[in-house]
Ligand binder design. Structure first.
Ligand code: PMP
Length: 368
């Protein structure tokens, strides 16, 4: 009788070197552990839009033909209206994660190298690694900009603006400098562009090596439906369509996404509220850096894991950034939630601060 080990030897060896991606604590498990219901949890760990999608997106789910394979044309037309790019320059996928994986599969193979300025979104390294490529992590400058020089032979460069988890947007000059320096493909992730109120997607027209990734998970409030897209030069978009799974976005997601793109007022209203809350929160949290996204990056005095664990016990989930490569042990990322959720977080942080101040007075400040 053969057992698992006989078959497990078929797993590709390089997979054992891959870091697992992680999205922080699972809210349902935390709620169970604390013995409270999900409604009492404050989930500020996944950069979601707390207001959800346009009511038009919900309504669109009613008449979706479920016995037919999905047809993405209406969605692509709606994207074309939103982005100003013709459909030949657009590709859609099941979340931007699928876009990232597919672009990697076009350009990266075994032994290739991909430059990743860190800290940043962990999935780039995973997607590149799954193609057999090696991430080349590069530290950022003090203000989290990226170094323009890219070593010869590198196949892809991953930029993220605004960057997850640091919240800063890259300047146009910085991105142009990278694009002009290299013959690698540059993937510019603009998952949070709507919160910054600006985008560098226009550069795709001038640079045949630029792909800009976007998502409906954030400003459009559709994280659960998995809708992402990219703006790419037609030669890349064509390759994308050749290799991507043909029907990866479900009909309900496409219908809701099309409707959400038809109600930009809703999205803009959500963004305005989130940005206003972001600025209020930032003014109250001295350890928060300026942010152009729907989250704040906090540089903490104490170990971030301990703070996140303390908040977790109070039913508040935030993202301890120690799992972000190159982030260190003293950074938290806090998604901007509804006002009352944000207030609960502020209250807890205030108490934590009081505790640490008391501790400074009573024992050695170096532990705080
Ligand atoms: N890029 C960044 C920077 C992100 O933070 C995320 C999600 N957290 C994604 C891409 C993936 O988004 P999606 O939900 O569209 O897969």
């Amino acid at each position: 009788m053969r057992d698992q080990a006989d078959f497990a030897k078929n797993i590709l060896p390089f997979l054992s070197h891959l870091e697992e991606d992680e999205a922080g604590p699972d809210p349902l498990q935390v709620a169970k552990r604390l013995g409270i219901c999900m409604q009492e949890m404050v989930i500020l760990s996944r950069n979601e839009n707390p207001y959800g999608p346009s009511p038009a997106a919900r309504a669109a789910l009613q008449d979706v033909p479920m016995h037919r394979y999905p047809d993405s044309r209406h969605f692509l037309e709606a994207l074309s209206g939103y982005t100003g790019f013709p459909p030949e320059w657009l590709v859609a996928g099941a979340g931007m994660d699928e876009i990232i994986s597919t672009i990697c599969r076009i350009f990266l193979g075994a032994g290739d190298r991909a430059v990743i300025p860190v800290p940043t979104y962990n999935f780039y390294a995973q997607a590149a690694g799954l193609c057999g490529a090696g991430p080349e992590y590069r530290p950022r400058t003090a203000d989290f900009a990226v170094e323009a020089d890219v070593p010869a032979g590198v196949k892809m460069v991953f930029l993220c603006s605004p960057n997850n988890p640091t919240g800063n947007a890259l300047s146009e000059d910085n991105v142009r400098a990278v694009l002009e320096e290299t013959d690698a493909i540059v993937f510019l992730d603009e998952a949070y562009a709507e919160f910054a109120g600006k985008s560098l997607a226009g550069l795709v027209k001038e640079h045949q090596n630029l792909v800009v990734g976007r998502t409906l998970s954030k400003a459009f409030g559709l994280a659960g439906l998995r809708l992402g897209y990219a703006i790419a030069p037609p030669w890349i978009a064509e390759q994308y369509r050749r290799i991507a799974p043909m029907f990866s976005i479900s009909s309900p997601s496409l219908a809701a996404g099309t409707a959400a793109l038809g109600d930009l007022d809703w999205m803009r209203e959500c963004v305005a509220r989130i940005v206003s809350e972001r600025e209020r929160m930032r003014s109250m949290l001295s350890c928060a850096l300026p942010s152009e996204a729907n989250f704040l990056f906090l540089q903490t005095r104490r170990n971030s894991k301990d703070i996140a664990e303390h908040l977790l016990r109070r039913g508040i989930i935030v993202r301890d950034c120690s799992s972000f490569y190159g982030c260190g042990e003293r950074a938290l990322r806090i998604t901007i939630g509804r006002r009352e959720e944000n207030d609960r977080l502020l209250q807890e942080m205030e108490m934590l601060e009081e505790k640490s101040i008391m501790r400074i007075a009573s024992d050695d400040a170096s532990t705080v």
